[in-house]
Design a protein around this ligand. Sequence first.
Ligand code: NAD
Ligand code: TYD
Length: 348
Amino acid sequence: MKTILVTGGCGFIGSNFVRLLATTTDYRIVNFDKLTYAGNLENVADIDPTRMRFIQGDICDRELVERILGEEKPWALVNFAAESHVDRSILDSTPFLHNNIGGVQALLEAVRRVGVERFLHISTDEVYGDKEGKAPSNEESGLAPSSPYSASKAAADLLCFSYRRTYGLPIVITRSSNNYGPYQFPEKLIPLLLRNGLAGLDFPVYGDGQQIRDWIHVEDNCRGLLAVLERGQLGSIYNIGTSEERTNLAVVETICRAIAAHQGVDAEQITARIRYVTDRPGHDRRYALDTSKVRNELDWAPQVDFPSGLQRTVDWYLSHVDWVGRVTSGEYRKYYESVYTQSWGKSS
Ligand code: NAD
Ligand code: TYD
């Protein structure tokens, strides 16, 4: 039975990927996670313990990663570990450069010394930058990151390919669009709206709300990641997305209607809580992906349409109010005030 080392497997996408591995494959899983504010052991509490070993550790700690690689001899390493929220990178880019670039360099070095057969690095469509008025990005499109977060992800991608060319490492990279679904930390748009909706708070919309994103259900992304891991060409990049574009305002209104239906009140009562707030600095207006490569080469296609995926997500958050409460205790309040009350850390 092959082992897969999953780094960042207690975060949003990582925990969903671990769940996919545990429920649909025979792989043994080693879940290596630092457990930052975004990582939570509760996210993998349902995973059969005979299938997964958990190790609390930092990808920046090359010696520890090397020791685990030596001990476990995994077939593959899948790297989800990162600081992942654009807004936090605007408040302070330091942990982004440290973990997203330094951490990837440490992983690459460890792999160079010990070896794995496949190294799947999880990147993002945000490395292509703002696509307003432009054609969707394919895998050959240039990198034009706008935020410290996306710049750190682009740097890591380049570093990965430099290790492929220089040392022949078995690198493959995925760049997905915006994920949504269960276990997403309530700082990203959809879970933040749901958390606020349940708490009777306002719904903050940056700028005019006409920014466009391509939303993918996390389970569809994870199926794509598994296909790339098992069958993707080494040295290749695969975009993963639905190519269905929605404005943020359309997403916010859909969520308001779902909350209204749940609470048995008129939608207008809930949409009245939409608040236009100070825009995110450097905000990308549109992300758009050409995903023909993963569809044609690996026969992948999304299976979850947005209305039903969103309804399932709403239901999940409604039935996990305690989880939301636990993960947003502590430093979350300070973060929330910096962005939403003090307008990006400046006094208003
Ligand atoms: P997340 O913030 O929910 O989880 C990140 C996980 O990584 C957490 O469990 C955290 O504890 C862990 N981690 C962070 N730094 C670490 C370190 N130094 N060592 C070990 N573990 C560490 O993030 P996510 O939304 O699940 O994103 C996972 C990956 O997918 C990231 O690389 C992100 O850039 C990428 N991505 C995310 C999206 C999205 O919509 N969420 C879209 C495209 C790509
Ligand atoms: P987000 O979930 O942070 O993902 P990304 O910035 O990586 O695309 O945000 C999705 C979109 O929603 C983005 O255009 C920013 C916007 N947004 C708001 O309007 N209000 C909010 O409170 C948040 C968190 C995001």
